[in-house]
Design a protein around this ligand. Sequence first.
Ligand code: ATP
Ligand code: MG
Ligand code: FE
Length: 347
Amino acid sequence: PLVLGIETSCDETGVGIVRGHTLLADAVASSVDEHARFGGVVPEVASRAHLEAMVPTIQRALEQAGVKASDLDGIAVTSGPGLAGALLVGVAAAKAYAYALGKPLYGVNHLASHICVDQLEHGALPEPTMALLVSGGHSSLLLAPDITSDVRPLGATIDDAAGEAFDKVARLLGLGFPGGPAIDRHAREGDPTAIGFPRGLTGPRDPVYDFSFSGLKTAVARWVEARKRAGEPVPVADVSASFQEAVVDVLTRKAVRACRDNGVDHLMIGGGVAANSRLRALAEERCAAAGIVLRVPRPKLCTDNGAMVAALGAEMVARNRAPSALDLSADSSLPVTEISVPGPGPG
Ligand code: ATP
Ligand code: MG
Ligand code: FE
């Protein structure tokens, strides 16, 4: 199926077009530079930027793909979770195009899209798929017997998301926003064993699939403060590398454990933090040692984009899932278990 996907849950206006598992277009307009001076995403600024970028980005995607809107088999859109005002812009646009073109509309879950996007990279997801979802707002281990209808949370962060930890630590190191890519870069020049930062929730009595990153963030803040008080320079590269190592050590350890415990021989890693070079390398190493096949999309497909929404939409069409009603609305706190927002159905 030929599907166009729209993503506006945060600060990226993304429009992607796929045919089944084939990526035809991935147009992204980001308002990240407008937020940088505030040190975080400002919802009102994001909504306004989506509104301005929406139609041009749809046009650009159609041109890139070389397809006509009338040839589409469906329009998919992120209906949640995310910033309410930002989501609304995408949902309104998707409804307008679906109505005007007479195409089915699919309101889908942003988090399931972060997983489903890997079909564009590595083909059909195995069933079940074990997924480590690590992004700006979420960090979870998910077992998905069917990415269009059945996603089961095994564990999740009990405080900060992994991406949030990257952003906060980058901020206290003065590396700007967003922090993940900056820490990734600085860490390449640093020693990951320089400072032994804590590994959250890895004690014998701790929940095996849950994560905690706020203690780590506090430990980094204390360490940096102590250096400054002593009048010594902060070794940004070593702090970045040591912090990053603490995060990815726990993520990969728990993900491999989840695969082993559940008899799953594939691991998918998705979400913005999956773009992290050290996470990708360590996951590769540990999966290889455990006989697990690792699937991680290219970095550009890990961070927010429209292609991931189109990928999930195409899977919905392929599996004859019910489309959404044209009164679809945004749900800023849509749970990961609600993969799509079906319409009232034939009854
Ligand atoms: P969610 O998907 O939970 O709604 P989001 O959509 O805001 O949140 P994503 O775009 O999926 O988040 O991911 C953004 C996050 O990924 C940010 O926290 C950013 O710092 C982090 N990130 C991006 N690239 C890297 C990298 N190379 N290393 C570490 N973190 C990264
Ligand atoms: Mg973003
Ligand atoms: Fe995201």
